[in-house]
Design a protein around this ligand. Structure first.
Ligand code: SF4
Length: 401
C-alpha cells in the first residue's frame, strides 16, 4: 500500500532524483545540514516543554535551554555540514537558543489552549480505492474554547512565507484532513505556523472545497511520481544542502574531489581534463579576438587601397579580393524620432497608399524612380540620410588568372 508523507512529496517536487535516492533506493543520507540539525534540537525542546506541561511541570527557561544544549552535544556528529561558510556551529547553536527563548517569553505561561497532542501521528487514506495513504506528525494540536482545533507547526527556516504562500501550503492542510473527526465538538480548525527565527505566527484555514482541491492536486502529484520512469536530477539553489550529493550525477564528482588534498586534487583525471579544456577554450577565445582585430585592420586597408587606386578588385598571389562600396539612401525606421513627421508628410501629400506602411526600402525605390513631384520628393529626401555599405569577397584565383 503506497504511503506518502508531505516531506516525501516535497522532495519529489524539489528534485525527482533526490526522491528516488531517498525513497526508492532507500540510500542513507551521507550528510545532515546544520539547519535541519538545529531545527530538530529546537523541536525536541518545545516537545519537552509541552509534554512536561501535561503533567503540570512548567520548565523554567533555563532548564529548557540546558535540555537544548545537552541534546545538541549528544547528537552532534561528523555528518553535520555547514554550507554557509561565513557561519559556524556556535552561530547556529545561538540561533536555536534564541528561537526557544523568544518562543518561551511570547507564550509563557503556555495557557493559550488545551494540548490534545504532541508529535501527533496522522495516518489517513487520501484515496481508499487506490490505497494511497498519507502519514505525518503534527508538532502540536490544541483545543481552544472547546470547539476550535489548532494545528501548530514550528519552523526554524530563515525565510518568512507570505500569507498567500501559507494559504497554499500543503503540509498543515493535509494534517487537517488527517485529524478530521478525531476529536468531538470541533467546529473550526486553525492552521498555525510558528516561524521561530522571526518570533512570528502565521495563521491560515481551509474550507471543505479547498481541502477537496488539495486532495485532487496531491493525487495528481502522486500519479506523476508513480508514472515517472526517469527521476531526473533537478539542479537548483538547494543542491548545496542536498544530503545525497555524493550519489547524484550532477554533484558526485564535486563531492569526491572536494575531499582530496590539494596535491592529489590536481592529479585527478576529471580535474585535469576540465582544466585543460577550459584553458584551450580560453586560448581559442583570445586567438579569435586577436585574429578579428587584425582582420578588421586589413579590411580597412583594403578599402583604403581600393579607393586610392580607383579599383574594385585587388589581386594577391593565389587569391583575389573583390571590393564593393555602395552608398544607400536610408529613411528613418519605425521608432526613429523623425519617423512620425515623415509619415505625416507623406499622408498629407496623398501618397501614403504608394508606400503602404512606409517600408523605408520601398520608399527609397519610389523616390529613386522619380515618380513623385520634385517638391514632395525633396521634402521627403530631407528625412533621408546615407549609409555606406561595404563588403569584401575573397576567391581563389583560377590557374590562368
Ligand atoms: S544534488 Fe541537486 S540535482 Fe542532485 S539529487 Fe540533490 S537536489 Fe537533485
Amino acid at each position: 500500500m503506497p504511503i506518502y508523507s508531505h516531506s516525501q512529496l516535497s522532495t519529489y517536487e524539489t528534485c525527482p532524483h533526490q526522491y528516488k535516492l531517498a525513497y526508492i533506493d532507500k540510500i542513507e543520507a551521507e550528510t545532515e545540514g546544520i539547519e535541519a540539525f538545529m531545527g530538530s534540537r529546537v523541536h525536541e525542546a518545545l516537545e519537552k516543554l509541552y509534554r512536561d506541561l501535561k503533567v503540570t511541570k512548567l520548565n523554567p527557561l533555563e532548564e529548557l535551554l540546558n535540555f537544548y544544549h545537552q541534546g545538541w552535544e549528544k547528537n552532534w556528529n561528523d555528518r553535520i555540514q555547514i554550507v554557509r561558510k561565513d557561519f559556524n556551529a556556535e552561530d547556529y547553536l545561538r540561533l536555536g537558543k534564541k528561537c526557544i527563548t523568544d518562543y518561551y517569553k511570547r507564550y509563557y505561561p503556555f495557557d493559550q489552549g488545551k494540548t490534545l497532542g504532541i508529535e501527533e501521528y496522522v495516518y489517513f487514506p487520501l484515496e481508499e480505492e487506490k490505497g494511497y495513504w498519507i502519514r505525518g506528525f503534527i508538532d502540536r494540536v490544541t483545543l481552544v474554547d472547546s470547539s476550535i482545533l489548532e494545528i501548530h507547526d514550528y519552523k526554524t527556516s530563515n525565510r518568512l512565507p507570505s500569507a498567500a504562500e501559507a494559504k497554499s501550503d500543503r503540509q498543515l492542510a493535509l494534517y487537517q484532513m488527517g485529524v478530521g473527526g478525531k476529536w468531538q465538538g470541533v467546529q473550526e480548525v486553525r492552521l498555525i505556523w510558528h516561524y521561530l527565527t522571526f518570533d512570528a505566527e502565521i495563521h491560515s484555514s481551509r474550507t471543505p472545497g479547498e481541502l477537496h482541491q488539495l486532495r485532487e492536486a496531491t493525487l495528481e502529484l502522486i500519479r506523476r511520481i508513480e508514472t515517472d520512469r526517469q527521476f531526473l536530477p533537478k539542479e537548483g539553489p538547494l543542491c548545496a544542502w542536498c544530503d545525497y550529493q555524493g550519489f547524484c550525477p550532477k554533484r558526485k564528482h564535486l563531492i569526491a574531489v572536494g575531499s582530496l588534498p590539494p596535491n592529489e586534487y590536481l592529479h585527478e583525471e576529471g580535474v585535469i581534463l576540465v582544466n585543460r579544456y577550459a584553458e584551450l577554450k580560453e586560448r581559442k577565445r583570445i586567438l579569435n579576438e586577436e585574429i578579428d582585430t587584425e582582420l578588421a585592420k586589413v579590411e580597412e586597408a583594403l578599402y583604403a587601397y581600393a579607393r586610392s587606386e580607383g579599383i574594385d578588385a585587388i589581386f594577391g598571389s593565389d587569391h583575389a579580393a573583390k571590393i564593393k562600396i555602395e552608398t544607400k539612401e536610408k529613411y528613418p525606421l519605425k521608432g526613429d524620432p523623425s519617423r512620425r513627421a515623415l509619415d505625416e508628410l507623406i499622408k498629407k501629400a496623398g501618397k501614403w497608399m504608394e508606400v503602404s506602411d512606409l517600408n523605408p526600402w520601398m520608399l527609397a525605390r519610389v523616390i529613386g524612380r522619380g515618380g513623385w513631384p520634385p517638391s514632395l520628393a525633396n521634402k521627403v529626401r530631407a528625412f533621408c540620410s546615407s549609409e555606406e555599405s561595404r563588403s569584401i569577397t575573397v576567391s581563389k584565383l583560377k590557374e590562368k588568372e
